[in-house]
Ligand binder design. Structure first.
Ligand code: WT7
Length: 673
């Protein structure tokens, strides 16, 4: 919590690359400042003008925003582009084709296996693919507002399925292919989606992932809760390849159907369902401070504008660019910056199925060379792990096509920033460190690299329309150079509208701390130049390799084990992952802790949440450090979890119900790891 960017050098600056600046959409600080000012002072004109880019079947009557961030004045609400009707799939495909770009490549699919022929899909191809599936879903009885769960690897059917749902007004809920069957089941149940689109399996590096088998198990779990998945549509990704024997799954007659068979007789055209600006587009589950992930709900008009505008300006997108975002569509980055944002900009992009280290650690750079990628967007954790292999794997590839690099997901440490800049970017590319959240749908704070100097470790300045404030613990707005809690004073167009099925939880999570503000959950500093430096989460959310995990989720996975009585989980600074997961458990009467139980507990967390949430360290303790009111003192655990902790430095432990617990913990923490 709040441990990043403690020792920053606010004076290390990098000027915008001259050539980039000369052709950029925003070329100077003066231009940025003028546009920013216009977006804040007159959002109606600013966003209204930009929204003309799109096709509106019924023009909006009012740009907005119409909103309330103050719970004392009534329910929290956000509305943009009131009265407008449009469709995301139409704007991503039909509109682009009408502009004459039908034969432009929308997607180069780069397969996991280098030997596999890559396939490319033009906007024309993609529209046909989307229409066939949209028609098939309609024939299956999927109607506007129905939820469809998507559990697919990074194949073209993934963005196509999202767009097919959008086309007919179904609400997609993409679940990242690294989640376990239990996590998938929880998300199917919460969304009540009777349809799941999955694949037989996929190779991730040298490892097969049994997506269909995991889906089968998830369906069994939902059945125990009385919920029946009606249809499982299965993409044959490994079928007919040499990896087929590795996929083992059942086939449930009447429920399961092959994607190919389902779509083959369908028409290649499909009318759009015209959606109100505020009709739901998708939901995406994310972690918070409680054990249960919440379905963040995004709507149509505002999200379309937010993902479009940020892709255009942050990445300074131009028609000759080749864009490559390494994120999976299972996360918000893949929603806004693989599926929607790039296509709304008629972009050509690489969709990558594999992992950065397969077959070798230079896979990203090989892909960049192969497609002459000019804009590359990845996560700090990937940069840090690749940095470990040295410069050679990068420099042995021709990366001269690159001009702009992006990072997302967590604060980037200055060493990683400098390496990215010098080695990957050949000291000539700009770097956009983009700060935002699943909840905001698009970038909040990011440099516009043609206009701004960059400082390694700082996400720079707010994007258009983003009105930030930094508050002290009492909710007072701080000015100038300061450090505190980052909030928004008004909604950005692409911000979430509610938590699916639980508006109260939406209000409590984001609007209960400070009346009238949306609280991001992040700590933040502002330096003398007005630059923002994100310092990490201030709640019980940890960021492991850019994946957001609630400590409570890991705790509930641990206590679900028959031998565990209680569990407490905190994050600790991790060289590659950003944060690692540190756990402490107490056991039921008569149980003993040993290496095999430790391994079982790690497995348990992998099974309940997913492999990416596997704990780095699990310690045993006779009791957890609690206050007299029974609250776990996480502050103490966070100190204990530090690799170089000092027992003298645990802070005030006088309010602990049993101060002796800390002594035992200090000792066991050493003994068992
Ligand atoms: C949390 C949101 C945004 C898409 C991927 C993660 C952290 C994200 C940055 C950044 C510092 C960052 C914040 C935020 N975060 N990007 N550039 N610098 N911190 O989305 O899973 O919703 O996580 O990630 O803590 O609140 P998410």
């Amino acid at each position: 919590m709040g441990d990043f960017n403690q020792n920053i050098d606010v004076s290390e600056i990098y000027e915008p690359p001259k050539e980039l600046s000369a052709n950029a959409h925003v070329k100077s600080m003066a231009e940025y400042e003028a546009m920013y000012k216009a977006s804040i002072e007159d959002p109606e004109s600013f966003w209204g003008e930009m929204a003309k880019e799109f096709y509106w079947q019924t023009p909006f009557e009012k740009v907005g925003p119409e909103f309330n961030f103050d719970r004392t004045k009534g329910p929290v609400s956000v509305k943009w582009f009131l009265g407008g009707k449009t469709n995301l799939s139409y704007n991503c495909l039909d509109r682009i084709i009408q502009q004459g770009h039908g034969s432009r490549v929308a997607i180069y699919h780069e397969c996991n296996d280098v030997e596999d022929q890559h396939a490319s899909f033009t906007y024309d191809d993609l529209l046909k693919k989307v229409c066939r599936l949209a028609n098939a879903l309609k024939a299956e009885g999927v109607k506007k507002g129905d939820r469809v769960s998507i559990y697919l690897p990074m194949v073209v059917e993934l963005p196509a399925a999202m767009l097919a749902c959008a086309r007919i007004g179904a609400v997609h809920s993409v679940v990242f292919g690294g989640f376990s069957s239990e996590s998938l089941a929880g998300r199917i149940l919460d969304a009540q989606s009777s349809m799941v689109i999955t694949a037989d399996g996929v190779m991730r590096g040298a490892k097969p992932v049994q997506l269909k088998a995991i889906t089968d198990k998830a369906c069994e779990i939902t059945q125990k809760d009385g919920f029946q998945v009606r249809r499982v549509i299965c993409v044959g990704r490994l079928k007919g390849t040499s990896f087929e024997p590795q996929t083992k799954y059942d086939w449930v007659e009447g429920r399961d159907v092959w994607y190919k068979e389902l779509v083959q007789s369908q028409s290649e055209t499909c009318d759009c369902e015209w959606m109100d600006s505020e009709d739901p587009l998708f939901m995406l589950y994310t972690s918070g401070s409680t054990g249960k992930p919440k379905g963040v709900l995004h709507t149509t008009g505002g999200y379309m504008l937010g993902s479009f505008a940020t892709t255009k300006y942050t990445f300074d997108y131009h028609p000759e660019d080749v864009y490559f975002c390494t994120a999976d569509c299972g996360w918000i980055t893949g929603h806004s910056y693989v599926t929607y944002g790039p296509m709304l900009n008629a972009a050509t992009q690489v969709l990558f199925e594999g992992v950065p280290t397969f077959p070798e650690v230079d896979r990203f750079w090989k892909v960049c060379e192969k497609y002459k990628v000019s804009i590359f967007y990845t996560a700090p954790t990937a940069i840090r792990s690749l940095m470990k292999s040295g410069d050679q794997p990068v420099t042995r590839n021709d990366l001269s096509s690159l001009r702009l690099l992006g990072t997302v997901g967590e604060p980037i440490n200055p060493e990683a920033w400098r390496w990215y800049h010098r080695v990957v970017g050949g000291s000539r590319c700009a770097i956009a460190d983009t700060y935002w959240q699943t909840e905001t749908g698009s970038h909040l704070i990011t440099p516009l690299v043609g206009a701004m100097t960059c400082k390694p470790g700082s996400a720079s300045l707010p994007f258009f329309g983003v009105e930030t404030a930094i508050l002290d613990e009492n909710g007072k707005e701080l000015s100038g150079e300061c450090s505190g809690r980052l909030v928004l004073k008004r909604p950005v167009p692409s911000m979430m509208r509610t938590v699916h099925g639980d508006h109260q939880r939406f209000e409590e999570t984001y609007f209960s701390q400070f009346n009238g503000y949306y609280f991001t959950g992040d700590g933040c500093k502002r330096d003398k130049d007005g630059f923002y430096w994100l310092t990490g989460r201030m709640d019980d959310v940890i960021n492991v390799s850019g994946h957001r995990i609630g400590t409570a989720e890991v705790e509930s996975a641990l206590v679900a084990h028959a031998k565990v009585a209680e569990a407490a989980v905190v994050g600790f600074p991790h060289e590659v992952k950003g944060e690692g997961i540190w756990c402490c458990v107490t056991l039921n009467e008569g149980e003993a802790y040993d290496d095999s139980l430790k391994a079982e507990l790690k497995k348990q967390v992998r099974e309940v949440i997913g492999a990416f949430a596997a704990p780095d360290e699990i310690h045993w303790a006779p009791g957890l450090p609690k206050t007299r009111s029974g609250k776990i003192m996480r502050r103490v655990l966070r100190k204990l979890a530090l690799p170089d902790y000092d027992t003298q430095d645990l802070g005030d432990t006088s309010t602990l119900a049993d101060p002796a617990v800390v002594d035992v913990l200090t000792e066991t923490a050493q003994r068992y790891e």
